[in-house]
Design a protein around this ligand. Sequence first.
Ligand code: NAD
Ligand code: DAU
Length: 341
Amino acid sequence: MKKTILVTGGAGFIGNCFCKLILKERPDWKVVNVDCLTYAANPSTIREEMKDPRYVFYREDIRRREGIFEIFKKERPDVVVNFAAESHVDRSIEDPGLFLQTNILGTQVVMDACRAFGVERFHQVGTDEVYGDLPLDRPDLFFHEDTPIRTSSPYSTSKAAADLLALAYHRTYGLPVTVSRCSNNYGPYQFPEKLIPLMIHNATHDKELPVYGKGLNVRDWLYVEDHCRGILAVLEKGKVGEVYNLGGHNEKSNIEIVKIILSELGKPESLIRFVADRKGHDQRYAIDPSKATAELGWAPTTMFCDGIKLTIAWYKENGWWLDECTSGDYLKYYDKMYGNR
Ligand code: NAD
Ligand code: DAU
């Protein structure tokens, strides 16, 4: 069945993977990518998609109401998936304002356009960070969809506000909204400010690997394509007004991750440097995805041991992509974040 799907943030890590998946597996769908190309978007990421006649790219900011409404008027999307966001916790600690503007007010603009032009679905891509954290000594505890919202960082707070606003637009205006909340993603094309690509990049260049605190914080890792398949399942089988948790029971401490990367790359553990901890650092994330499995038939298909090998191999083969990301402003960012840590 023909559809036009409008994706915001489709030049970023997860949004681009989602566009690739739709172009590959939904041959009748047209993909409209709206992305303003912040520092987190390397234009080379969308090079292949730009050649596809079913793909259209608009460089536009989701905070700019006039521009977003123009695109909706022209493209008349059936389905909208909102990936666009400021996504890095450390940057939100340095400068919260931009996170509130993009993640909350930008989401409002996109939803207002959905109301004005009418859509079958608005899907908000959310994060497990809205549930706060779990203690390290209670491995029996997990995040469920009804776990109270209890955020720690300006980033997670802005994402929680966006989720709640989306659910309010459903209840108040009847906008057909769904929300997914996912755990930490990894895979190709992730900007090297995030743990896994940063450590691969540094280890490859024999640079120190900065581990926050003692490296004991735990994250629940999911291969990016599994996340995207989960979002597609929510779009096609999910119930309007509902929240779905996505995750794969793949908990690992940061120090475990760093040691796996060093071992895969054949680099010494002497490259590890323990540095000052992140402010307000969440201890442990762990998703219970049983609702998505029961209602949508969704389950991850890539085991961490395979996914991490695929990911490292991709960064090795695509060093040019990492080099493009890590020139210019990145060097200033790195120095500011890690210089005196
Ligand atoms: P990313 O930082 O790699 O990409 C974000 C994209 O949004 C970039 O292409 C950027 O240019 C674009 N963007 C930012 N501000 C914009 C604006 N004002 N207007 C238009 N485009 C804008 O992020 P990601 O890791 O791909 O995350 C995508 C979404 O998934 C985010 O909403 C994030 O909160 C959520 N999420 C991420 C993870 C993860 O592990 N990375 C996990 C769960 C949820
Ligand atoms: O849980 C989902 C969230 O996962 C997403 O909503 C966010 O967009 C995404 O950035 C990610 O947030 P984290 O803060 O968990 O990811 P990050 O890669 O920044 O850090 C992962 C862990 O590694 C965290 O405990 C902090 C630690 N870390 C990170 C960096 C960048 C280090 O020890 N050293 C580092 O240099």
